[in-house]
Design a protein around this ligand. Structure first.
Ligand SMILES: Cc1ncc(COP(=O)(O)O)c(C=O)c1O
Length: 415
């Protein structure tokens, strides 16, 4: 008898449904020749979006300069452009020593928590969150403590509620602004209150701003870093979303605020960065071009722009639906749609997603995958064409109707 190979037991509490069992089922169905409408992942390149030419050209131009490892924190040229952009938003003290470039923000989420946490340390994470944050806290021996950002509050947190959740073990608070999945964009007074809380309780602030330029209907983005003076702030951003270049795997993080009090932590970050030598060099050449080049994203979020029109189509079709509700996303790339389950006592978001996939060939992500305690939401990406979105929402609504007690479902098929 072969002894089974054990695995890391911490993984028992870790999930990433965006590429989980539902995604595997979708691949199976595709192999059976059934085309799937994939609304599960914010991957612009898969929906016909191109990375801007000027950032592609920057990589091509520097390909020959990309063959050696670079500094563990990243290319000087890339870090200069990032430091410059932080200075321009009011963080005068930031220089290249405060910048770390990574293989996507994903790598830096893990690295930044690994450098901070000791077993049992707590991290305040929004619910809903981008689930890597919760996963990375668990994998680094921490305990995620989720603070609610419910639809009744337009997906925003309440600082008083957050403060009640702080214990002597709380080390950090994560902000995702604009939020994935619920599209909330945090008003400045709210950010100021959270910054004050973090300063009072000496928490590190992790501000994930990867969707910072993707804003709708006049929403204004306010960076967290300039508001945090008396504790450490770690800002994260990258090329994946705003610059539509997920596959380049380029992200960065910048430390600001009370960096003097965080010397040991910053040394740990540098050590962890060095242990992985450096992040991929060719992608880093895109950073100066992206940060100093023309704005290629704002028009996408304005009337006539692809994201704007798909978001409008989603809002229109949800508004006329019988069973769906949504808080209009003010930023990012998603709709976090609620199902009115009052006539569906058995409703379960995971089962709903699986049945929808099997019966309508539509792939969504169940809301509970984003660490919320309720099970009546799902996330869809705003990346498809508007006409597809409209048909998909109609079809999901009709499908939800088949679950409602006594309801006569309206059947709308997706072409
Ligand atoms: C909020 C948030 N943070 C981080 C990431 C990871 O991005 P990257 O491609 O830079 O690893 C994502 C990806 O979807 C995200 O939504």
């Amino acid at each position: 008898m072969l002894r089974p190979i054990p695995h890391n037991e911490r993984l028992a509490d870790v999930r990433y449904d965006i590429r989980g069992p539902l995604h595997a089922r979708a691949l199976e169905l595709e192999l059976q020749g059934k085309p799937i409408i994939r609304l599960n992942i914010g991957n612009p390149g898969r929906f016909g979006f191109d990375a801007p030419d000027h950032i592609r050209e920057a990589i091509a131009h520097h390909l020959r300069d990309s063959e050696a490892y670079c500094h563990q924190q990243g290319l000087t040229e890339a870090r200069e452009a990032i430091a410059e952009s932080m200075q321009a938003r009011g963080c005068a003290g930031v220089d290249i020593s405060h910048v770390f470039v990574g293989n996507g923000v994903s790598e830096l989420i893990d690295l930044s928590l690994r450098g901070l946490l000791n077993p049992g340390d707590e991290v305040l994470v929004p619910a809903p969150d981008y689930p890597l944050w919760t996963a990375a806290v668990i994998l680094n021996d921490g305990r995620p403590v989720h603070y609610p950002c419910p639809p009744e509050r337009q997906g925003l947190p309440d600082p008083i509620e957050i403060e009640r959740m702080i214990t002597p073990r709380t080390r950090a608070i994560v902000i995702i602004n604009p939020n994935n999945p619920n599209g909330a964009v945090y008003p400045k007074p709210l950010l100021q209150q959270i910054a004050a809380l973090a300063e009072k309780h000496r928490l590190v602030v992790f501000s994930d701003e990867i969707y910072e330029g993707l804003l709708y209907d006049g929403a204004q983005f306010h960076p967290m870093a300039p508001l945090v003076k008396d504790t450490l702030c770690v800002t994260m951003s990258g090329l994946s979303k705003v610059h539509r270049a997920c596959g380049y795997r380029v992200g960065w993080m910048v430390t600001s605020g009370r960096v003097q009090a965080a010397r040991e932590y910053l040394r740990s970050l540098d050590l962890l960065a060095a242990l992985r030598l450096c992040s991929n060099v060719q992608g880093q050449w895109a950073i100066p071009a992206a940060l100093r080049g023309p704005d290629t994203h704002s028009a996408l979020c304005q009337p006539g722009g692809r994201l704007y029109e798909t978001r409008a189509a989603m809002l229109r079709s949800v508004a006329r639906s019988a069973h769906l509700r949504v808080v209009a996303p003010m930023g990012a790339l998603y709709g976090f749609v609620g199902v009115d389950t009052s006539a569906m006592p058995e409703f379960d978001d995971q089962q709903f997603a699986l049945d929808l996939l099997d019966q309508r060939q539509i792939l969504i992500v169940p809301g509970s995958s984003f660490n919320v305690p309720y099970r009546n939401h799902f996330r869809i990406t705003l990346l498809p064409e508007a006409a597809v979105m409209e048909r998909v929402i109609d079809s999901i609504d009709a499908f939800a109707g088949t679950l409602a007690k006594g309801a006569k479902p309206r059947v709308a098929q997706v072409a």
